[in-house]
Design a protein around this ligand. Structure first.
Ligand SMILES: NC(=O)c1ccc[n+]([C@@H]2O[C@H](COP(=O)([O-])OP(=O)(O)OC[C@H]3O[C@@H](n4cnc5c(N)ncnc54)[C@H](O)[C@@H]3O)[C@@H](O)[C@H]2O)c1
Length: 435
């Protein structure tokens, strides 16, 4: 199949490269010409494990191209995917659909007359957006032979390629049989791998993506509240999580207590779902509470660090290990590290941070932070060490060296990766989350 991918960010670039790897002919389009120039030069604009090799192999094989020219990019495409950003709209938390609608208008103006094309929304968009995309396209180009489908993406940053190639399910929301055929053909290689393909109407597909993210955010928030209760009553949240997770009806995943969810999806998607539900007079009160609880948690984690330092952070140096919202990505969008660091800075602390991939993006969102070249350099002379993101590189730190480097032996582990007994053995004053 000939595919155009409009938007070459975390989702568009990974999806485009994987489709090319399935054997399709893919052109990735982005209006950010600097990003396209880097891609054309063989450089990755984002960090995602395995992506550079996958892109290079498919460019070499002639199946993957990049352009900033949307008209050229979709010239002979049978399917045009929209994978542009849908951030929170400033002020009210609704999804900002301006990029989606702008892409729809541009696509419409370039649809070839007399040839059927399916336009597929891969971006996460509120229920009903497909209707508006279709209206825009028909208004802009009444002659176009086109159908609009929804194909929400469920990949996780850090494991994006394996998620895309071995998904739990593929969801296609479609009202038109030709569009359905094209999408089934595009995903046929996965069908042969027995990945479940689920076909629904367009609105159901759109809503399912939000329901999935809201449910996962709820699971995380639930265990985080259990962690707070565990601390009060002397229970261990990791054992509670295992104790409930072994129940098949609950399942063990997404039950790791921590500093609150962040990232480019859960915060904005829970907010957008709340707004959509309110607009339809069917408020999602559980999700409203989840978002509110999670929001206050991040600064509370900053206060937890101050408490571990004896209640006063003024003039102290805090070494922060890990900045990205999760390991194996460089994505800093809505990372809990931001609120935690700002809380510490508000209390007068100096921050020295290290992250294996996130420091470039962090520089753009955090002011007044010193960056170290490696975890040990961050710890030198610091009054506390705080682990915010559980990169593998932090799991096996030399604890004797940690103890030697820190001016005060305070360790706050917001991901529960260390063993309290080992920390105590090395003379470190240790606190985790919920145990
Ligand atoms: N990042 C994830 O893990 C993830 C997972 C599932 C779904 N999603 C959803 O996928 C969508 C994209 O997310 P992302 O993280 O890839 O965003 P991103 O910001 O990394 O990428 C979006 C890209 O679209 C480009 N763009 C915007 N308007 C354009 C236009 N009119 N024409 C061409 N290019 C345009 C931008 O320049 C940018 O490079 C969002 O709706 C997001 O919610 C993201």
């Amino acid at each position: 199949m000939r595919i155009a991918m409009i938007g070459s960010g975390y989702v568009g670039l990974v999806s485009g490269a994987c489709f090319a790897d399935f054997g399709h002919n893919v052109t990735c389009v982005d209006k950010d010409s600097a990003k396209i120039a880097r891609l054309c030069a063989g450089e990755m604009p984002i960090y995602e494990p395995g992506l550079d090799g996958l892109v290079a192999a498919n460019v070499r094989a002639g199946r993957l191209r990049f352009t900033a020219d949307l008209a050229a990019g979709m010239a002979d495409a049978e399917a045009v995917f929209i994978a542009v950003g849908t951030p929170s709209r400033r002020g009210d938390g609704h999804a900002d659909l301006s990029h989606v609608y702008a892409a729809a208008r541009e696509i419409a103006a370039n649809l070839a007359p007399g040839r059927f094309t399916v336009v597929v929304t891969k971006s996460t968009v509120p229920v009903g957006t497909g209707d508006e995309v279709e209206r825009i396209i028909r208004e802009t180009n009444p002659q176009a032979e086109v159908a609009v489908a929804s194909n929400p993406e469920f990949l996780r940053e850090g494991a994006a390629i394996s998620d895309f190639k071995r998904p739990d399910r593929i969801l296609i929301g479609v009202e038109d049989s030709r569009a359905r055929q094209i999408l089934e053909e595009i995903y046929r290689p996965l069908y042969l791998n027995q990945a479940p393909i689920m076909v629904t109407n367009r609105r159901t597909a759109e809503l399912t993506k939000y329901a999935a993210n809201a449910f996962l955010a709820t699971k995380i928030t639930f265990i985080n509240e259990m962690a707070d209760l565990c601390e009060k009553v002397g229970a261990n949240v990791q054992d509670v999580a295992r104790g409930i997770g072994l129940d098949n009806r609950i399942g063990p995943k997404f039950l790791n207590a921590g500093p609150g969810y962040g990232g480019s999806c859960f915060p904005k998607d829970t907010l957008a779902l709340i707004k959509t539900a309110q607009d339809h007079d069917a408020p999602t009160r559980i999700v409203e509470t989840v978002a509110a609880v999670n929001d206050t948690r991040k600064r509370a984690m900053g206060r937890k660090v101050i408490q571990a330092m004896g209640g006063d952070a003024r003039g102290r140096t805090v070494a922060v290990l890990g900045l990205t919202f999760k390991p194996n990505t460089d994505d800093m969008r809505d990372s809990p590290a931001i609120a935690i660091i700002q809380t510490l800075q508000d209390a007068g602390a100096r921050i020295r941070a290290y992250d294996p991939q996130g420091m470039e993006q962090a520089r753009a969102v955090l002011a007044g932070v010193d960056y170290a070249d490696d975890p040990y350099a961050a710890l030198e002379g610091a009054d506390a060490m705080v682990l915010v993101t559980e990169w593998d590189a932090f799991r096996a730190l030399d604890l004797a060296r940690v103890k030697r480097l820190l001016a005060r032996p305070v360790v706050v582990d917001l991901r529960n990766v260390y063993r309290p007994d080992e920390m105590a053995r090395h003379g470190l004053s240790y606190s985790g989350v919920g145990r």
